[in-house]
Write a protein of this length. Sequence first.
Length: 180
Amino acid sequence: MVQNTRDKILTTAEELIMETGNTEVTLDQIASKLGLSHAALYKHFRNKQALWEAVATLWFNREIINKINIPSSLPQKEQLHNWLWAFVNAKKAAFNTNSKMFALNTEYIDNNPPALRNVLTSAYREIDSIMGYNDPKLEKSELILAAFSIFTLPNFKDTWNDPEYDKRFEILWNLIKNGI
């Protein structure tokens, strides 16, 4: 029951963001649409920031992470290369498919490094699993993904459709592959 209510809150928040076209949706609007009290939302999220992080994480996992499927039978470095390539292309596709929703879902995260790290945790876990690091802090995975920031951070989205995008990715991959 608790998870159902949490899921409904997240879905409603995302729907309201889409309907209004901005992230200035209030907790009162969400509660009202669900027929809950404002205070009831705090049973599921400690504050508005936690709710927006959860909405961004839900969107990120659905639109980016869950669209990546790399065979685990590949050699480790090839698997990582293919996963990173699929990841950057999933982000690019999310931007190209619906740039407005991409912007709305990344607006809050862009200027909040702790929230960004929380949203990216699923990506770090994937990299950690591929590489077999077993790093509880996911530091090595975070650094690998950070190296590809020009292909992943929304601040660089205007370069994602450049004709030499794939060539630039391979140049970067070749710079780091021997160090991982």
